[in-house]
Design a protein around this ligand. Structure first.
Ligand code: AGP
Length: 610
């Protein structure tokens, strides 16, 4: 995700662009820039780093008085954060900002080089800018140039464009990525999202796909691909800026849970090519990983909990032993690392000090390191030997949700790739699982999200608990560990995850009348044993919330006080909708208690100290 803003009108554009970008920083913040129509050309100021850095650079640019400009705050997908990869990207004829992922940018680059273009950045956006330039040169028509360029582009985009020889006009077009346009009393605006326009107007147009918008400060015109002028209905919004940054959700955490299906599609789809796992990383796609004897997954918190599921899946499918370690313990245990081992570091932020230290320790031992990271160009990503990015977009809430889900999807694809190399799965078997991942995971998570109100109603009965247990076996136990952390960190209720077979070896002494127990049963071969565990706690007075798959609920009499049925999905993929229910449960308990869900006490989004 990135943030786009544009303004044209009677006011000086720079402060309006900066103000708009500040409201969009939640969409990305690794670099930022603006382009302003100035005199008979375009002036550009852009830099790596947070928006404050750009703002300080602009403090000394009182010369930028132009009333027409575009701005961008970046969440890197192609090319790590740097000055030259920052947007806007420009030619002498135009400047362009972009939000989205252009899949055929390499193909476009090849064609453009044949037309004499050269490139300064690694970004797909620069390729798009020069493609529009090519057609503007050919047609001298600002609208037609954008249509012709868009016709060659595969992927998602929201573009804002200004031309050096067209004063006071902004052009905009989108496909898949969001873009709104608005006309206020001060002038015309384009923006990736509503927060950026609220200081100017509460009325906007949600730009239709296949339409180019032209803003001249007085009015907005819309053109179809035949260059015919068309009308668009205006919409109204009554949010304030903060509400709008959350897209109308009460908290970023809920918004990010609701984004999981889209994040999963964006992370999985590009990594299944011809029906098989494909990472687009040379080593990962060859037989390079066949030689590893053992795998160590090192991470912290929720990322480590994703690793626990990764262990279960990799060992189940590829039969390669996996050791999961807490990063802060790893290097102080003098770990046994063999030269043909692989160390996988998982991190949403890519800046967690404990994980970075573990990475450096492994590298110092000459062990190959693979990072699974959400933030492009972060320290863990840069220092690992290979990196697989999870394209979840920025995760703002301290409690990690969509990042965990996409980390799981990468670990599943990695396990399938390894199973092919190890010969423990046939190509057809791997294809079948990949197909189910694409079809079933986002759909099942969407169904789990649709249960949010029901989860909230059940959460009411548990919100005043002092202590709470999560029990399960096998992968269900692995999920309990994450469910327990989610509840603790945002609702401040003490909870513990317990292997349900282990409870009777001591801890069951804590189960007394009314103690809440959340029991997960989605794994068939251990279901009956888990039911025994549930019966044991119920006989001691526990109140049991059973979170179970429909097939097992039908087949067995799973006892419960409250029940949530996990949306039907292939059992191998059951962690995806199940964890969404656990995240929603923790979210609603915290929200019902009136806590600051997005910024829980004592916590930080990225723990950059050891
Ligand atoms: C997640 O809900 C927690 N806020 C925390 O455990 C987090 O997962 C951990 O600090 C690791 O962060 P990272 O993924 O950015 O490395």
């Amino acid at each position: 995700m990135c943030g786009i803003i544009g303004y044209t009108g009677s006011q000086r554009s720079v402060p309006i662009l900066i103000d708009g970008l500040r409201t969009l920083e939640y969409r990305g913040y690794d670099s930022a820039g603006i382009a302003v129509r100035q005199g008979d050309g375009i002036s550009i100021v852009k830099a790596k780093g947070r928006l404050d850095r750009l703002a300080s650079l602009l403090d000394s640019r009182a010369d930028l008085t132009g009333g027409c400009g575009i701005g961008h705050t970046r969440w890197a997908t192609h090319g790590e954060p740097s000055d030259r990869n920052s947007h806007p990207h420009a030619t002498e004829r135009l400047a362009l900002v972009h939000n989205g992922i252009i899949e055929n940018y390499a193909e476009l680059e090849e064609m453009l080089r044949l037309q004499g273009y050269t490139f300064d950045s690694e970004t797909d956006t620069e390729r798009a800018a020069k493609l529009v330039d090519l057609y503007y040169r050919e047609t001298s028509d600002p609208v037609k140039a954008i249509f012709k360029a868009a016709a060659l582009i595969r992927g998602s985009y929201a573009f804002g464009v200004i031309y050096a020889d067209i004063p006071n006009k902004i052009y905009a077009m989108r496909r898949d990525s969001p873009l709104i346009v608005a006309q206020s009393k001060d002038g015309g605006l384009i923006a990736s999202d509503i927060p950026a326009i609220l200081r100017h107007t509460h009325s906007y147009y949600r730009l239709q796909e296949g339409v180019v918008a032209e803003l001249n400060g007085e009015c907005v015109k819309f053109y179809d691909s035949n260059l015919h002028s068309i009308d668009q209905p205006a919409e109204q919004v009554d949010w304030d800026v903060e509400q709008a940054q959350k897209g109308g959700y009460p908290h970023f955490m809920l918004k990010e849970i609701f984004e999981e299906p889209d994040s999963l599609r964006k992370t999985i789809a590009p990594r299944i090519v011809d029906g098989l796992p494909h990472f687009g990383v040379e080593q990962l796609d060859g037989d390079f990983f066949a030689r590893f004897e053992g795998i160590h997954i090192i991470a912290c918190g929720t990322a480590m909990h994703a690793g626990i599921i990764g262990k279960s899946i990799i060992e189940k499918l590829a039969r390669v032993p996996v050791n999961v370690e807490i990063a802060s313990e790893f290097r102080y245990r003098d770990p046994i690392l063999r030269k043909n081992d692989l160390v996988i570091l998982i991190s949403q932020s890519g800046e967690t000090a404990d994980t970075l230290a573990a990475l450096r320790h492994a590298k110092a031992q000459g062990i190959y390191t693979l990072a699974i990271v959400n933030v492009i160009g972060s320290s863990v990503a840069r220092e690992a030997d290979s990196v697989i990015y999870t394209w979840a977009g920025p995760e703002i809430a301290v409690a990690s949700t969509k990042a965990y889900s996409v980390q799981l999807s990468i670990l599943y694809l990695f396990a399938l790739r390894l199973a092919l190399l190890e010969g423990t799965m046939t190509e057809d078997e791997v294809r079948a699982v990949c197909a189910r991942m694409l079809e079933e995971i986002p759909a099942a998570v969407e169904k789990a999200i649709a249960m949010s109100d029901r989860v909230r109603d059940i959460a009411r009965a548990y919100m005043n608990a002092e202590h709470l247990f999560y029990i399960g076996r096998n992968v269900d136990y692995d999920l309990c560990v994450e469910g327990s952390l989610k509840l603790k960190e945002i609702s401040y209720i003490h909870s513990e995850a317990y292997a349900s077979g282990e409870l009777k070896h001591g801890t069951i002494s804590l189960i007394t009348d009314g103690v809440p127990v959340i029991a997960l049963t989605t794994i068939s071969h251990v279901c009956e044993k888990t039911i025994s565990g549930i019966r044991e706690v119920i006989s001691r007075g526990a109140r049991v919330l059973s979170i179970c798959s429909e097939s097992l609920a039908d087949k067995y009499q799973i006892p419960y006080s409250d029940q949530l049925i996990v949306p039907e999905v292939d059992e191998l993929l059951s962690p995806f909708p199940t964890v969404t229910l656990l995240q929603l449960f923790a979210y609603h308990v915290s929200a019902l208690k009136g806590y600051d869900v997005d910024k829980p006490r004592n916590l930080a989004k990225s723990v950059t100290v050891e």
